[in-house]
Ligand binder design. Structure first.
Ligand code: ATP
Length: 215
């Protein structure tokens, strides 16, 4: 395999807060797809949802704490350093410039994100910059009609080797260990004064408690 094609992954999200569902999926994908590394990339101003309760810098600090001891996972803070709405296509274009034209790059998303993909800014250009890896999450289904379904039918492949032979352009679907954890549920537990221990890493829990976040 050429060095330049060892794929780099980028996993975008709000991470409000980051939890073991994100982290375990990130690690399993990194191993399964033999990624060079995977970057968890918190968005600053999400285009499709309300501005999160917790500020972007704090969400990124929690991601940094969560990946601190795992060399294959990194926190990428580029969306915090950029003005305006956090459009994924802009981050991918920046990464493409940094990695070079021939380097394999893949964007990771859950299938909840896939269902709304056609509402993303310049969504049809995403595959001109990166591959997309969709995590099949429990309880979610894939679109069977509409623009995203047609797009999926033309770009989906089950051949993982594509990540090592082409730099962008294909969609893979990966089933991982299902962990039914969501940030929404964590925020709700915290708001109602209940424990979130064992749903997220201990240093992230300490960070939340010391700053009394989500209360
Ligand atoms: P919220 O409950 O606030 O919507 P979330 O837990 O879904 O948050 P996000 O930060 O919105 O987390 O998600 C970032 C990405 O991680 C999304 O693509 C989402 O599909 C994926 N993801 C979230 N939770 C899990 C999980 N338990 N297992 C696998 N992927 C997940």
């Amino acid at each position: 395999m050429s060095e330049a094609l060892t794929p780099v992954g980028v996993f975008g999200g709000t991470f409000n807060p980051v939890h073991y569902g994100h982290l375990r999926s990130a690690l399993e994908l990194t191993e399964r797809l033999e990624l060079d590394h995977l970057r968890l990339m918190p968005c600053a101003t999400p285009p499709h949802r309300e501005v999160p309760l917790c500020d972007a810098r704090q969400r990124a600090e929690m991601v940094e704490l969560a990946v601190r001891d795992e060399p294959q996972l990194r926190c990428d803070t580029r969306e915090l350093d950029r003005e305006g709405v956090s459009y994924t296509i802009l981050s991918l274009e920046e990464l493409r410039l940094e990695l070079g034209a021939g380097h394999s790059l893949c964007l990771v998303m859950g299938c909840d994100a896939l269902l709304k993909l056609d509402s993303w800014h310049r969504w049809e250009e995403l595959l001109t910059v990166a591959h997309i890896v969709v995590i099949a999450r429990p309880g979610w289904h894939f679109p069977d009609t509409g623009q995203v379904a047609d797009w999926l039918a033309s770009h989906h492949t089950s051949d993982r080797q594509i990540l090592n032979t082409r730099a962008f352009g294909s969609v893979l679907i990966e089933e991982l260990r299902p962990l039914a954890i969501s940030s929404t549920e964590i925020r709700e537990l915290l708001q109602s004064g209940r424990s979130v221990r064992y749903l997220l890493p201990e240093p992230v829990l300490d960070y939340i408690e010391s700053r009394q976040l989500y209360q």
